[in-house]
Ligand binder design. Structure first.
Ligand code: ADP
Ligand code: ADP
Length: 239
């Protein structure tokens, strides 16, 4: 089943920069797709367009059979719940515990105060603790998020995103701030945790070798246009 479809998407920023030009592609459930391309090629614009963090200038974006690029208000909020986000700089709430950060995924951005005040369901707490266990962070649940290493912070980011029960995870340079060993751990966990749950992954990456190692498909962007959209094997053959 197709979970995300871009159909002739273009984005022109108000400064006149044409960041995406007639971009079309599809992603199916459980696929692991990397976007590669030089700095400025439109990778983050593409990711931000998926859940309408920016409005597109032209084309359509279909998420889980609904045209998110036309949705507003409550419909848009419900659609955005299907999209988990992983950031280069983790975006955790550093004054809160690891467990509270993970529970935020379930409570959503609209009801963050409930998480801060400790209002959550016992079953959610158990699920969050199980996720932390799966990510090797069982002993850190009650630590402050601020006290973790970079790799541990990103594991919390993964737990929070999965707690949201997303259909697709958008990962914007998820390993760009990490040392090679933590980067490998994070890519392994992203791949295994999403595969197990049939969640699609769309990952912006700088490193071609990482994209080749982990992806079922690679999308190559250059100056806002798709230059390549095929398996890693065929990328090697094309080069
Ligand atoms: P939109 O067309 O989606 O509304 P804007 O062009 O209004 O986007 O810019 C959104 C924000 O990004 C503004 O605050 C702007 O200052 C900032 N911005 C402008 N140029 C760049 C750039 N080259 N890279 C990143 N951010 C930028
Ligand atoms: P990448 O993620 O591949 O580095 P981006 O999507 O950030 O590429 O940027 C694509 C192009 O759009 C660049 O020329 C960048 O300067 C420009 N750009 C990005 N964000 C904005 C913005 N908010 N406003 C104006 N221009 C932007």
């Amino acid at each position: 089943k197709t979970i995300l479809k871009f159909d002739g998407v273009s984005k022109i920023y108000s400064n006149g920069v044409h960041a995406l030009k007639n971009v079309s592609f599809e992603i199916k459930e459980g696929e692991f797709v990397s976007i590669i391309g030089p700095s400025g090629s439109g990778k983050s614009t593409l990711l931000r367009a998926v859940n309408q963090l920016i409005t597109i200038s032209e084309g359509k974006i279909i998420l889980d059979d609904e045209e998110i690029s036309k949705q507003k208000g409550k419909d848009l909020r419900n659609q955005r719940r299907k999209v988990g986000m992983i950031f280069q700089n983790y975006n955790l709430v550093y004054s809160l515990s690891v467990l509270q950060n993970v529970l935020h995924g379930r409570l959503g951005y609209m009801s963050g105060l409930n998480g801060i005040l400790g209002r959550y369901k016992e079953e959610d707490k158990i699920e969050a603790l199980n996720l932390l266990n799966e990510l090797g962070l069982k002993d850190f649940a009650y630590n402050r998020a601020a006290d973790l290493s970079g790799g541990q912070k990103q594991r919390v980011g993964i737990a929070r995103a999965i707690m949201q029960n997303p259909k697709i995870l958008l990962c914007d340079e998820p390993i760009a701030s990490l040392d090679p060993s933590s980067a490998k751990t994070i890519m392994d966990l992203l791949k295994s945790m999403t595969a197990k749950r049939n969640i699609a992954c769309l990952v912006n990456l700088h490193q071609l070798d990482v994209a080749v190692n982990y992806s079922t498909r690679i999308i190559g962007l250059s100056k806002g246009q798709i230059m390549f959209n095929d398996s890693p094997e065929n990328l090697n053959a094309a080069m």
